[in-house]
Design a protein around this ligand. Structure first.
Ligand SMILES: [Zn+2]
Ligand SMILES: [Zn+2]
Length: 327
């Protein structure tokens, strides 16, 4: 009699032979390192948090408590702050405005460089990020939206939705334009690789500084804890305020079908992403602050990169868009 067990199919579409199938536990742990490993999940568990898969994410929060033991130094804070700035820019300019919305063009080398920096943010790979974000725009604030605070509540939209088996997967059919690049597919599959490299480099830098410049008062533990764990966790929570808070608090300039808002505090925190009502009304612009007084640090950074010849074809805000504003 034929078995009714589903046949595991990898991300690449290949059917895995029974010989390589391993236990559910081993496969789940393997997915910490290789997101291409498939795990059969009962439909009833698809939308529940997979705590074993989420364990490293929880551990990263706990690792921030390490500041109690490693102490602090100006150099550790400077490194943590600098990594926040560089990585927030990579997320907003590239993960969001480039990979998700294609609002400008760039070379394959620059595309890869910022995909690498984006991957170091521990917000999964560029294909996963863009695929989910494109879906969010199609079904914003409906039951099909994976992270609507109106449908699912604040906590789920902020920190719950991406820990479920359903949202763990990358739907490549939503990002065929990105999936054609093997280097991006690699970053997406082994999404833990770049964060581990960054953590190791920071620890080694701290050990080196401790020996060659002891007056700086830093250490491997400090660089790892502040530079990687604290910086990454603050970066994460700042980013996801756009899913949770920017669909709740702020002003609505445009009558969009969703409940997106413009919020100056979130715009400052996320380098321009807080002009979220602007963005939902017209996602095709490289710019999200539509007026000069709407501070959009990512836009200024992109203008600079354009002047340096690193990106091109920045898409402006068309005049008709502004005529549709409420006031
Ligand atoms: Zn949104
Ligand atoms: Zn968007």
């Amino acid at each position: 009699m034929a078995s009714s067990r589903p046949i595991p199919i990898s991300l690449s579409g290949e059917i895995e032979p029974p010989a390589v199938r391993s236990s559910w536990l081993v496969r789940t742990v393997r997915r910490w390192f290789d997101t291409g490993v498939t795990v059969e999940v009962d439909e009833s568990r698809e939308d529940r948090i997979d705590w074993l898969r989420a364990a490293p994410f929880v551990a990263m929060h706990l690792a921030c408590l390490g500041v109690i033991w490693v102490g602090v130094s100006p150099i550790a804070l400077i490194v943590a702050g600098s990594l926040y700035i560089v990585r927030m820019f990579a997320l907003t300019a590239f993960y969001h405005r480039y990979f998700s919305h294609r609002t400008f063009q760039t070379s394959r080398a620059v595309q890869f460089a910022f995909a690498l920096i984006g991957a170091s943010c521990v917000q999964r790979g560029p294909l996963w990020w863009a695929a989910h974000h494109r879906h969010h725009h199609r079904v914003t604030d409906t039951t099909a939206d994976p992270h609507s605070p109106h449908v699912h509540g604040f906590l789920w939209s902020h920190i719950g939705w991406f820990l479920t088996p359903r949202n763990f997967r990358t739907d490549l059919s939503r990002v065929p334009d990105l999936a054609k690049y093997p280097e991006l597919r690699w970053l997406d599959r082994y999404d833990i690789a770049i964060p581990v490299v960054l953590a190791v480099v920071l620890y080694a830098l701290g050990v080196l500084l401790h020996h060659v410049a002891p007056s700086l008062g830093t250490s491997g533990g400090q660089m790892l804890t502040w530079g990687f764990f604290v910086s990454t966790i603050v970066l994460f929570h700042a980013t996801v305020t756009i899913n949770s808070l920017a669909h709740r608090f702020g002003k609505r300039r445009f009558d969009t079908k969703d409940d997106s808002r413009n919020n100056v505090w979130l715009a400052l925190l996320t380098f321009g992403e807080g002009w979220h009502n602007n963005h939902h009304f017209f996602p095709g612009s490289s710019r999200q602050g539509f007026h000069w007084w709407e501070v959009d640090l990512t836009w200024y950074g992109l203008k600079l990169m354009s002047a340096l010849g690193l990106v091109r074809g920045l898409k402006p805000v068309p005049a008709w868009v502004l005529t549709r504003a409420r006031s």
